[in-house]
Design a protein around this ligand. Structure first.
Ligand SMILES: [Zn+2]
Length: 44
């Protein structure tokens, strides 16, 4: 389990009950992807 964001090297967090990691860096380019991933997961 990576503890750093592969995109920006910032800290990542994993919410309880969530599969996806989320970067805490608001200006990270991976933020949008992570959010979309979480939304898609919730649709299932
Ligand atoms: Zn990041």
């Amino acid at each position: 389990m990576p503890s750093k964001c592969p995109e920006c090297g910032g800290d990542v967090v994993r919410e309880e009950g969530e599969v996806a990691l989320r970067c805490t860096n608001m200006s990270c380019p991976a933020q949008i992807k992570e959010v979309l991933f979480i939304l898609l997961q919730g649709m299932r």
